[in-house]
Design a protein around this ligand. Structure first.
Ligand code: GH3
Ligand code: MG
Length: 307
């Protein structure tokens, strides 16, 4: 949707002290569109409402909901998770900063701050955000993990589907989903969750050997693996290998009921010969049903369609 403000960055300032808001807002309003909030709840609402902020300046110490909690909630909501957050705080011990970075903030500005330096940092992060957004629109690569993204999957899946139909070859699809990943994030922090996602992605990539195999980040903590010219038995064996290699990473997950370490569940399907009713979507749907079954059966396993 085009708005009159298209192109002008939007900054959300969150602070319970009105004078603090005023100082920052006055310094920024000539360059940016400024939104303000004086409570955590309002900040969360303001982050979701159009025009969504391109950057959030977040005070740490606030009554009711503090800045850390606001950040935690922003990062676990798909609508707001990619908005960069800068903490503004008088608490500047290493522990405080580490906590903030682990919650997914991009920077810290400690009070009392110099306005020109704060403005320079804000400008830098807004520029990075704009570049990232532009790349994301063009890219076929997932920003976090470096894997192919969903856009790439759609293209490649379409091509491989046609090829398999033309040549009468089997085509297998796996959906890999991390077990109890919400609990992982909640207990170890969103930053640690991101590191975990990258490790899992790398493991998947390293576990595949054929040039035609494709592993993609399908969304969140879900990966889709496309295996051209691979029959059911081989695809199942490969699924098990992927799963075991991820267990071998030995990433502690004390809050999972399926294993003491990070594990995945895998749903898979194979089309031996594609029929008219098949489509990339229908294969994904079948694999997804099997994933659901794998979760239901206790997770940390691979479940395949039988025919
Ligand atoms: P299940 O075993 O049934 O799959 O449970 P789950 O907790 O893994 O599944 P659920 O769908 O409830 O939660 C997925 C979590 O993945 C929630 C979300 O915050 C997290 N997540 C999604 N994308 C990212 C990301 O890019 N980084 C981080 N750190 N977490 C993410
Ligand atoms: Mg999951």
């Amino acid at each position: 949707m085009m708005t009159a403000n298209e192109g002008i960055p939007v900054v959300l300032i969150v602070d319970d002290v009105p004078t603090n808001i005023k100082v920052l807002a006055n310094a920024l309003r000539h360059e940016y569109r400024v939104k303000v909030a004086s409570r955590g709840e309002d900040a969360l609402r303001g982050a979701r409402l159009e025009p969504q902020p391109d950057l959030i300046l977040l005070d740490v110490m606030m009554p009711e909901m503090d800045g850390y909690e606001v950040c935690r909630r922003l990062k676990s909501d798909p609508v707001t998770e990619f908005i960069p957050v800068i903490f503004i705080t008088a608490r500047d011990t290493d522990e405080d900063q580490e906590l903030g970075f682990n919650l997914g903030c991009v920077d810290y500005i400690t009070k009392p701050f110099s306005l020109p330096i704060a403005k320079a940092r804000i400008r830098t992060h807004l520029r990075l955000k704009r570049q990232t957004d532009a790349l994301e629109r063009l890219s076929h690569i997932d920003q976090l993990t470096g894997l192919a993204n969903r856009r790439q999957l759609v293209t490649t899946f379409g091509m491989e589907f046609k090829r398999a139909a033309r040549e009468g070859l089997p085509l297998s699809v796996l959906i890999v989903d991390i077990d109890h990943f919400k609990d992982y994030n909640d207990h170890y922090g969103h930053g640690a969750g991101d590191v975990c996602l990258c490790q899992v992605a790398l493991s998947l990539m390293k576990s595949l050997s054929r040039p035609g195999d494709l592993v993609t980040r399908y969304g969140g903590e879900e990966f889709v693996v496309l295996l051209p010219a691979t029959n059911r038995a081989d695809a199942y064996a490969l699924g098990e290998r992927l799963r075991e290699n991820i267990l071998q990473l030995n990433i502690p997950h004390a809050f999972s009921s399926s294993a003491p370490v990070v594990s995945v569940s895998i749903g898979g399907t194979t089309a031996d010969t594609l029929i008219d009713a098949d489509s990339p979507e229908s294969l994904l749907e079948r694999a997804d049903k099997m994933l659901y079954r794998a979760k239901e059966m206790g997770r940390n396993r691979t479940v395949f369609t039988t025919t």
